[in-house]
Every structure is written in C-alpha cells, then in structure tokens.
Design a protein around this ligand. Structure first.
Ligand code: AMP
Ligand code: ZN
Length: 111
C-alpha cells in the first residue's frame, strides 16, 4: 500500500520527529497551520476515524494519553486537537492522524 504516513511510521521517509514509541509517532507538519503544528499517528494503518471500531480504538486513547506530555515538551500553553475524517471532512492523507496545533491564541473558527 502506498501510504506516506506508513512510510514515515516505518522509517522509509524521514521526518522531524517529536515523539515516538512502539505504537505511535508524532512529527512536525510539512505545511504548518499554526506556529506549532504536529501530527500524531498510529504506526498501524487505519484509514480514518470512520474506520475505528471496538477492536482497534485503543490506539486513540493511547494517543490522547500522550498528548499532554507532547504538548508540554513543545511548551504549548493550550492547544487544539483536530481530526479530519474522509474527503468531505477535509482529510487529504488517508492514514488516521490527529493535528496538534498551538503556539498562539487560536481563533474559535472550526471551518
Ligand atoms: P489532513 O488534511 O487532515 O489529511 O492532514 C494531512 C496533513 O499532512 C497536512 O497538514 C499536510 O501538510 C501533512 N503532510 C503531508 N505530507 C507530510 C509529510 N511528508 N510530512 C509532514 N506532514 C505532511
Ligand atoms: Zn498508512
């Protein structure tokens, strides 16, 4: 499967990593939409939030359990977590990921 985030997860594509463990990796977004913009992905390929179910959703709590320490390492005093799901939700890379945005006072807009 030709998935750019799988290639990042398995080390075929180098990124500017901010966190990694056996299940997830966090790295800087190539086109930041905020002063600090990091993507957090599971190493396992899951297309999108719409593909989550009872058998694979533990990864989401694992990701969220690591967000406070990732945010602290990035000195974020408040942040936004975003997930775009499928094309109509604005998703462009079809491997589940959460955007972690901060470094400024973000606007209240969602779209
Ligand atoms: P989304 O639109 O929610 O699917 O977000 C995909 C994000 O991945 C965008 O913000 C892109 O800038 C980012 N992106 C795409 N390719 C790379 C890459 N090789 N390294 C880091 N970020 C990337
Ligand atoms: Zn993938």
């Amino acid at each position: 499967m030709d998935c750019i985030f799988c290639k990042i997860a398995n080390g075929d594509i180098k990124t500017n990593k901010v966190y990694e463990d056996d299940k997830i990796i966090a790295f800087y977004d190539l086109e930041p939409k905020a002063p600090t913009h990091v993507l957090i992905i599971p190493k396992e390929h899951i297309c999108c939030a719409d593909e989550l179910n009872e058998s694979n959703c533990d990864i989401v709590s694992h990701i969220f359990s690591k967000i406070p320490s990732i945010a602290k390492d990035l000195s974020l005093d408040g942040y936004r977590i975003v997930n775009n799901c499928k094309e109509n939700g604005g998703q462009t890379v079809f491997h589940l990921h959460f955007h972690l945005l901060g470094g400024t006072k973000l606007s209240g807009d969602f779209a």
